[in-house]
Ligand binder design. Sequence first.
Ligand code: ZN
Length: 536
Amino acid sequence: MCYLIESAAARAVKEELTAKEGALEGARNALVLGYQDPQAGAFVPASSVLLRTKMRTEKQEAVRRACYKGVRTIGPSVTPGLSEVVKMRNQLAKAQGFTSFYDMKCTQAEGFGEETLFGILDGLEERTRPLMEAARARVAAEKGAAALEPWNLGYALSGDVTAAQDPYFPFEDAVDAWARSFAALGIQYRGATMRLDLLDREGKYSNGFCHWPQVAYINGKGTFVPSQTNFTSLATPSAVGSGQSALETLMHEGGHAAHFANVLQPSPFFGQERAPTSVAYAETQSMFLDSLVGDAAWLARYALNREGQPMPWTLLEQGLRAKRPYAVLDLRAMLAVPYFERELYRLPDSELTAQRVAALADEVEMRIQGGLSPRPLLSVPHILADESSCYYHGYVLAEMAVWQTRAHMLHAYGRIVDEPRVGAALASVYWAPGNSQPFLGLVEALTGAPLSGNAWVTHLQEDLEAVVASEKAAYDVALRAGPARKAGQGADLNMRVLLVHGAQVVADSGAAGGANAEQRFALASDTFKAWVRARA
Ligand SMILES: [Zn+2]
């Protein structure tokens, strides 16, 4: 982000702000998180991730409650610094003519201001409010009113579907399933090289990531320069759920990679993740593609167990019934972040105190989520740092665009999974322009309508029995048709794939034998599968 700060006074404010932001970050990092063991009474150190996982999985309510209390200690550690930082961020933004810091960040990242943004979000908020209320009433009716307590909600909703479905997502088959389904969508990587380092190992950087040493572009001589992508994840193949999360990661990161492999612009500049390539624009691509893993049409074709049998309908139905009625609660949790930040940056300086900020967070949780949140707003890390503050709405806009794109394609082509026109449309409308065009314009160009929450709301409003019936019909059609490319048959994505483990190259489609790209990929994928199985 590049600020043009002209006056010396503004520069002084900026310097003081940077110091205060450092202190805020320091206060958050210095906090020792954990929970008070309700039986032994001892303090058990635990990260925020672990505390939230325990709230979903721990059987004893007293422990879950202690974990929630632990997460709530983040708030008091950040509110004094945050209230000061908010004042100064606003001061800087107002000096540059913006109504607030939120307005400035939104305008710089998205190309439109806070007012336009909330014009879009308000419609979604109003229309999903009754759905949120109905979902909470359903939880209370099915599992008792206590299930709505923030330390109980996640636990009450986390069934055992993940474990039951696990055998249908063998970890070693994830690369093959991703490549075959992308190829069947007509996705091409234009000669790209992709290096995948999927397994955890000692000393590996503890965060999955994806980066592009080279983005695609057309050079001064008119020659296309293909992209290079590296991505890593921290999978432990033996852990329950690891195959499904590997697959979702491949579909998601593979979506980002496909986007940046297909930018057809005269400079690598257009493939950089800078304005107007916003979070919303980038995530639309990856979230659209990973959304397919939830579709019966995809699961019936690609979710096969080690014997090659597809996931049975009963298991799929169990998952739908356990998750779909509560999907709106995820939307509301996402929406709470931008609403909190907007109101935070609208508080007059006289009200920017630690107590008021803490109270505001609770008020927004109650209003948007219907009760205190299992993930307290003040524990959301994005709200603190300059780069990540006031951008969370990007995920909401991306999800809106995903459902709008899906609805458009289902209407235009009758299907998405195994439909080659899907990849062609993504490549020509969403990907080729890179960041030469703004996000809202691209969504409208592909779907023929301005971005709205309509398609997402329609999806969430659909009656559960109607969803079960239509997914059953899609499942039956998919099972009869089978996948465009059978398991193990390989796929030609116009890409060289290296499967690596640190410095070790486990398999390389560029070096594999085989008469054509499809066979070379199949051989590399078989080598990788055998290597994973041998390690188990
Ligand atoms: Zn992403």
